[in-house]
Design a binder for this molecule. Structure first.
Ligand SMILES: NC(=O)c1ccc[n+]([C@@H]2O[C@H](COP(=O)([O-])OP(=O)(O)OC[C@H]3O[C@@H](n4cnc5c(N)ncnc54)[C@H](O)[C@@H]3O)[C@@H](O)[C@H]2O)c1
Length: 256
């Protein structure tokens, strides 16, 4: 699909990877919908795109809430009477061990709380389900089809300390594969991206320098990825009509 003049919705696009993807598509001449939970941060990205001569619309929506996602995709479609690409990127982390055991006494001293589990499932899995479903509604109704790009993670393979996140990101891959089949008759392609360690606030915020060095040593290319490299991967999926039903690992080769 050619990107110029297409309508692209990127959830969670007020920061990090989502913002990089939105900026990249805007620079290619797409009409970009910036959607996130924080109005001010959305406005800042919309202004940045408009200052570069691009086309952007800001919509506040919490992807874990059904009325929000229904409204988001209806408003996104109504803006230009089209919806061509939906990138399901909004996500959160609430890391923790399944059970925490005291090294000396070998007694349980904590466990992953149900709130901690549910918060991540709500945004990273239910949010992808709801926004993928609403994108499909608009794409089927338009009769023109489109492309859905869910954002998974290499944690889909099962990363210790991330029961909630890994389960959600593996679920996202299952949805990607089955949607590619369910939606094929409506000219909709579905392909996921599983980033590795990407230098955004999500990973850098609480990272100690020693931990950063340790992670780098486990990445075959010897460095973290950049948000721009994930944006490049999304652009490749949009432009290449052969790509559907797969997950592209953009990770520098790290094995979880
Ligand atoms: N950074 C990495 O190393 C990495 C690796 C693998 C996968 N990912 C995935 O990439 C995506 C983007 O991550 P990032 O690193 O840019 O993080 P980030 O925290 O910079 O961006 C995530 C955005 O999602 C928004 N968001 C959170 N909850 C939301 C909700 N309920 N509704 C709508 N928006 C919401 C946040 O406000 C934020 O702007 C996430 O799905 C994340 O799991 C990131």
């Amino acid at each position: 699909m050619e990107i110029k003049n297409k309508v692209v919705v990127v959830t969670g696009s007020a920061s990090g990877i989502g913002k990089a993807m939105a900026m990249d598509f805007a620079k290619q001449g797409a009409h970009v919908v910036i959607t996130d939970i924080k109005q001010e941060a959305i406005d800042a990205v919309v202004t940045e795109i408009k200052n570069l001569g691009g086309s952007a619309l800001g919509i506040v929506a919490d992807v874990s809430k059904e009325p929000d996602t229904e409204k988001l995709f209806q408003e996104a479609f109504d803006w230009q009477n089209a919806l061509d690409v939906a990138i399901l990127n909004a996500g959160i982390l609430r890391d923790g061990l399944l059970v925490k055991v005291d090294k000396e006494t070998k007694k349980i001293k904590g466990k992953m709380g149900i709130d901690q589990w549910q918060a991540v499932i709500n945004v990273n899995l239910t949010g992808v389900f709801l926004s993928g479903r609403e994108a499909a509604v608009q794409m089927v109704n338009s009769g023109k089809g489109g492309i859905i790009i869910p954002i998974s993670s290499v944690a889909m393979h099962g990363n210790p300390g991330q029961s909630n996140y890994s389960a959600a990101k593996a679920g996202v891959v299952a949805l990607t594969k089955l949607w590619a089949h369910e939606l094929k008759n409506y000219k909709i392609r579905v392909a996921a991206i599983a980033p590795g360690f990407i230098a955004t606030d999500m990973v850098m915020k609480d990272m100690k320098p020693e931990a950063l060095e340790k992670w780098k040593s486990l990445i075959p290319i010897g460095r973290l990825g950049t948000p721009g490299e994930i944006a490049h991967t999304a652009r490749f999926i949009v432009e290449n009509d052969l790509i559907t039903g797969v997950v592209i690992e953009a990770s520098g080769g790290i094995k979880i």
